[in-house]
Write a protein that binds this ligand. Sequence first.
Ligand code: NDP
Length: 339
Amino acid sequence: MTALRRIVLNSRPQGVPTSDNFRLEESTLPEPNDGEVSLRVRYLSLDPYMRGRMSDAKSYAPPVPLGGVMAGETLCEVLASRHAGFSTGDTVLAATGWCSHAVLSGDSVRHADTHGAAITTALGVLGMPGFTAYSGLKIIGQPKAGDTVVVAAASGPVGSLVGQLAKLYGARAVGIAGGADKCRYVKETLGFDAVIDHRSPNLAADLQAACPKGIDVYFENVGGAIWEAVFPLLNQYARVPVCGLVAEYNAPVSAGHDRLPAVMSAILRRSLQVRGFINYEFTDDYFSTFQREIGPRVAAGEIKYREDIVDGLDNAPEAFIGMLSGRNFGKLLVRVEAD
Ligand code: NDP
């Protein structure tokens, strides 16, 4: 009998989530039926989109029901398989949610392939966050040599790859991050050309100084005060892949003054392309190209990434709450139990 531990949504947060919004439940892992696999979760990926799933506001994906397991992608070991595609001991990616074990249809899981890089990159730089950076930047941002590309949350899994790819494509990369340690990492380890601390009281002036030729691609990860600082600097024909708005997930910060007419007018006058996207729009056409292009560069150490690994499923709620205010430094993963 294998114990199954899972974290469910106990209540919907009002503003910043608290530990009371989560509940740990324990039961017994069922045996797999024909076509199913039984899984032990090794690593759980914590991602900002999960804040949206905790709310029942209308969105691009359905909310987690009250009492339902928190949604999430995991890296798992196959304990037992009744599906022809998998054997005991395989390492697979699955949408088990926040739990220690699961039984799922074998058709819903897939083998993890990281081209020789650490297996955890399947949830980070070579997984959904990395693909988000790659597809949003290449397909929507379309950086050209000499362009200035700006991205915030620049030390995280999405932003760190956006900036490194911008450099590979011959553009100038300007990162925005919170605090001296993250800024140093973005400039010295990731190799961005310039970095701005968004906690600076002079954010707008600092950004203007770092972008003397304006901004050609703004990869929007954050919204709020950063968008306000970026917007006046967007050049004619600038592209804005709208990837995420993490500053607004806990509470909309745009209330107060309505800048929408000014924004719409500038979109018209400067012929800006502002395009929202969710990474899976591009999966079928581009995911394998992404892995072939980026996988070997990650394995060779040419593309850098950083992980922030928290031990124990019980610590997932606190780690997730911290990520929404920038306490993580790198791709946030939970090592569900010791290997
Ligand atoms: P990160 O690991 O970078 O974590 C989020 C980071 O956001 C924090 O570490 C913090 O970094 C920053 N942040 C939080 N609040 C603020 C704020 N008020 N102002 C400025 N920065 C803030 O996250 P990811 O790389 O996983 O995700 C980045 C963005 O991409 C998110 O908005 C996410 O929702 C979005 N996303 C979108 C996808 C899509 O398909 N469209 C898919 C995956 C992610 P710091 O301390 O540097 O401020």
